[in-house]
Design a protein around this ligand. Structure first.
Ligand SMILES: Cc1cc2nc3c(=O)[nH]c(=O)nc-3n(C[C@H](O)[C@H](O)[C@H](O)COP(=O)(O)OP(=O)(O)OC[C@H]3O[C@@H](n4cnc5c(N)ncnc54)[C@H](O)[C@@H]3O)c2cc1C
Length: 432
């Protein structure tokens, strides 16, 4: 009766795989499942190990249920924390400090991990497509004791999406031709941090030739990273000439004017050239600007062009104008009650909000509560994130800018505060 020649996957929970992928005679299967009492088991599929899902995993661990079969689909065996990534680039943290090992969390939650990327979703048939290419290179799944079964698709009863926003070839090729091919993208962070380490090692091997580095993107992550890169190379005794191609006259547009001025001053202090132009094309050794100029570029970084994942487009899920999954106050899809989404990939219909890590973090607890409540048809909680939190932007040199409402202030105290907050967040997910 089994379609696949592979052994059945009993998963981390020891429960039988009920995804429907393997069976052809659904009626017979349903009867068989009822006989075993397994028709009561619901499958919960978590896509992505973003900020909110880290908390969902810890909540699932605290509320283990024998009637729930949980699978996490995410390409990497660890999650890189974006807030600490500039600190890694600046040389303040080793990479391990910025990454969370997912495997203990998955085990505690009694979940199964599939090291893959979701490439398609059909919310009407409750199924996803998987791609294993390039997932968690270097991880020997046999050694981890987790599922090595590689289904091309999976079905679910409940789905939760926390896959962030992405930088994909088709979108980037349209916006800035050559960028996908020649630039180093800041997403996924796992690839970005590897590319930065490679650059640093190469530069150390040739310390006498100054580098020419261009950062494209005047948003907060582009500015924060270029400051961190300047610091990182300086600390390693290396020389480089940096430019920031901001794509407009305003830096960090989502932040108060005071913050924008502080960032501009930080860039001036480090003699980082700022161009308000848009980049129109990236070549292997130069970039073109919209005023016809071209800048030499040994390394071009791209911190712009994050978008909704393409696989959402034909999913049948309600989406906003930019293609992000539309959710209500319960973080529940406005079109499919068994689908939830949080973080950058989600768009609230009732209260539009900026996409950032803080928002994603805040959503985690309510997402977990609502997933568990929906399994038992309990009422769902409205997610009302605080509007008054402090946010921080690091300036590279162990100082940071603190933002609160429309105000800002900066100093070493702000960096220490940010560092403490970041480490506390990481500590919640560290095991052993
Ligand atoms: C350099 C940098 C610094 C930043 N610093 C800050 C900061 O200090 N504060 C702040 O608030 N925000 C910051 N941000 C923004 C912040 O990173 C994002 O808003 C935040 O990561 C969004 O969280 P998320 O949970 O939605 O998704 P993410 O953190 O992006 O996580 C997505 C997860 O989904 C997985 N995934 C992706 N695609 C798939 C797929 N197809 N199938 C399965 N899994 C998939 C990924 O591997 C990852 O595990 C920064 C961004 C960058 C680039």
């Amino acid at each position: 009766m089994k379609k696949s020649s592979e052994e059945p996957d009993f998963g981390a929970t020891g429960q039988f795989e009920l995804t429907g992928v393997y069976f052809v005679d659904k009626k017979a299967d349903a009867a068989f499942a009822t006989t075993l009492g397994m028709d009561r088991i619901k499958t919960l599929l978590l896509l992505g190990a973003g900020h909110a899902h880290l908390q969902v995993l810890t909540q699932l661990a605290a509320n283990r249920r024998s009637d729930l079969d949980v699978t996490l689909v995410t390409p990497w065996s660890y999650q890189t924390y974006s807030s600490m990534t500039p600190g890694f680039v600046a040389g303040h943290y080793p990479l391990e400090d910025c990454q969370i090992d997912l495997q203990p969390l998955i085990r505690e939650a009694g979940a199964r991990w599939i090291s893959a990327r979701c490439t398609g979703l059909d919310a009407n048939t409750q199924s996803i497509m998987l791609d294993y290419g390039g997932s968690s290179p270097g991880v020997d799944l046999h050694k981890t004791g987790i599922s090595t079964n590689r289904p091309a698709m999976m079905t679910y009863d409940f789905l939760s999406i926390d896959t962030g926003s992405v930088m994909e070839k088709r979108t980037l090729d349209k916006a800035i031709p050559g960028a996908f091919e020649h630039a180093i993208l800041v997403r996924p962070l796992e690839q970005f941090v590897n590319r930065w380490s490679q650059l640093l090692n190469k530069a150390k091997a040739h310390p006498d030739s100054p580098l020419r580095i261009n950062m494209i993107g005047g948003g907060v992550s582009g500015v924060e990273l270029v400051l961190a890169m300047h610091q990182g190379l300086q600390a390693a005794g290396l020389r480089a000439q940096f430019s920031l191609v901001a794509g407009g006259p305003v830096l960090a547009a989502d932040f108060p004017k005071g913050t924008q001025k502080r960032l501009a001053q930080q860039l001036r202090n480090r003699q980082i050239e700022v161009h308000s132009n848009r980049c129109t094309r990236v070549h292997a050794d130069r970039i073109e600007l919209d005023d016809g100029r071209s800048l030499p570029s040994e390394y071009t970084f791209l911190a712009t062009g994050s978008a909704a994942p393409e696989w959402l487009q034909h999913s049948g899920l309600a989406q906003d104008a930019e293609g992000y999954a539309q959710v209500n106050a319960h973080l529940q899809s406005t079109s499919h009650k068994n689908v939830f989404a949080a973080g950058d990939v989600a768009s609230r219909v009732d209260r539009p909000q900026n996409k950032n890590g803080n928002r994603a973090k805040q959503a985690g607890a309510d997402l977990a509560l609502n997933l568990l409540a929906s399994l038992t048809n309990q009422p769902l909680n409205a997610h009302n994130p605080s509007q008054h939190g402090v946010s921080f932007i690091s300036c590279g040199d162990r100082t940071a800018i603190a933002n609160w409402g429309g105000m800002s202030a900066e100093g070493a105290w702000a960096w220490r505060w940010k560092d403490k907050t970041d480490r506390e967040f990481m500590a919640r997910f560290r095991r052993g």
